[in-house]
Design a protein around this ligand. Structure first.
Ligand SMILES: [Zn+2]
Ligand SMILES: [Zn+2]
Length: 148
């Protein structure tokens, strides 16, 4: 009886440890730190264990959006076009918003703001993006949950 319980417990611990280690999409609470702006929101960024994703903000809908597809055997969505950003010189793919079918640019690791006057009080796991409402590098993303 004792022995069985130990095995069950061990299995639970190992099983628990395996959850969320790799490919965890992450949910963020968003809050603009610009005192002149009151933007708040939520978004999910990143792929999950089973699903890949393109994540971004649709300016037409005013919402954070995600395209997801099965990592194994799924078909990645095709960009509907490309844009060249003069500011960075990069050519970026544009995807169709799942709601309005209008274009949105994916948000990637590169879009995290590195040097911003709003970065002072950030805690571990928090980072800044540009705010879709005021355009300042002041949108704080605070880790809220891991999705599997
Ligand atoms: Zn849209
Ligand atoms: Zn803002």
């Amino acid at each position: 009886m004792q022995r069985t319980l130990m095995i069950v417990l061990a299995a639970a611990v190992i099983g628990g440890a395996a959850v969320g280690v790799v490919w965890a999409a992450t949910g963020y609470n968003l809050k603009c730190l610009n005192p002149k702006c009151d933007y708040t929101g939520k978004c999910v960024l990143g792929p999950t264990k089973l699903m890949d994703s393109v994540d971004g903000y649709c300016a037409s809908c005013g919402k954070w959006v995600n395209l997801r597809w099965k990592r194994a055997g799924g078909e990645a969505p095709k960009p509907i076009g490309k844009v060249w950003a003069a500011e960075t010189g990069k050519t970026l793919p544009v995807y169709a918003c799942p709601n309005c079918k209008g274009p949105f640019l994916p948000v990637t690791e590169d879009d995290k703001v590195k040097n911003s006057k709003y970065g002072a009080g950030l805690k571990e796991g928090e980072f800044l993006l540009h705010c879709p409402k005021c355009g300042e590098p002041s949108l704080m993303a605070h880790l809220e949950m891991f999705l599997d």
